[in-house]
Design a protein around this ligand. Sequence first.
Ligand SMILES: Nc1ncnc2c1ncn2[C@@H]1O[C@H](COP(=O)(O)OP(=O)(O)OP(=O)(O)O)[C@@H](O)[C@H]1O
Length: 345
Amino acid sequence: MMISVENLSKRYGAVTALDGLTFAIEPGVVGLVGANGAGKSTMIKILLGLLPATTGGARVLGLDVATDGPAIRQRVGYMPEHDCLPADMSATEFVLHMARMSGLPLTAARERTADTLRHVGLYEERYRSMGGYSTGMKQRVKLAQSLVHDPGLLLLDEPTNGLDPAGRDQMLELLRRIGTEFGIPMLVTSHLLGELEQICDHIVVVDGGRLLRSTSTADVTSASRILAIEVDERMDEVGRAMHAAGLLVHPAGRQLEVELVDDSTYDLVLDVVVQLGVGLHRLERRRHRMAEIFRVDPSLDPQSQASASTAGQAAAAALQQQWVTAAQNHRPQESDQPRGGDDEQ
Ligand SMILES: Nc1ncnc2c1ncn2[C@@H]1O[C@H](COP(=O)(O)OP(=O)(O)OP(=O)(O)O)[C@@H](O)[C@H]1O
């Protein structure tokens, strides 16, 4: 197990930063997502053995955070969230210093420093003072110093923070390569679910210090029970005919969405299309979107739901209402007076 956390809580005076978290993650590229203040940095500091938990505990690479902090920090690379680089040092000087601090002999430290800086995409600039670096360059140096001692695990706190969209993409690509090509497991935090979805095998979601989900990305983004259908004309009429055929259908922009019950759903859809003689542009199963993991999971403690998923419940209720309304609007006996041609523009 890469990381296991058991009933972990952390309080700073009256503030509860982490509240009874339990989860376990296998080696891989793992995302820890939550809004600002959700408790991500606190979690990372506890995992490094730098901050004691108030109650509960955690193990990192099999080591106990309460007693094995120094051994954990020797084996783990850490990229802190905030700018922490000395302005008057060059990237080479700084990363070499960090390599020496971790115990590498001088020659090995020099080699590793040059290799690591090249891997993260810093070339001639590495001899210049870091005070003049862009945010993207500083993030690369922070990443390089976390990698230089060849760690068994990386803990990266908001590595895309402050980057523009192109810089974010480059950083995500770099992390993906480090995770897959070099095979270094990592825990990456972000407040942006969409970013982590791109590179992570597993996602842990925290909200207000509580665990909302711990799930594999593949599970969440697997195929849904919804068929998306696009026809070349008369979408409203097609929708009504599908409803008359017993399908649960509703419009979604320029497409119709039909609930997939079993294989016969495909036959019913195709029958309608053939009967009405319209052209079928698209017929495919929708993928789940990662954002759906913010929805309520009934297996979780009810208290965490209340704060966590108001938005999720509202979204689910709105979706339900849409289905009902759409079904009413598609009632066949009203077919001579359809809704005012919406969704056709
Ligand atoms: N040293 C501290 N003393 C008091 N409260 C703290 C301390 N550190 C963090 N907190 C509080 O604990 C909560 C969790 O903070 P934490 O920094 O872990 O969240 P985060 O998810 O990393 O957010 P961010 O991305 O904004 O850093 C917040 O309410 C924060 O204000």
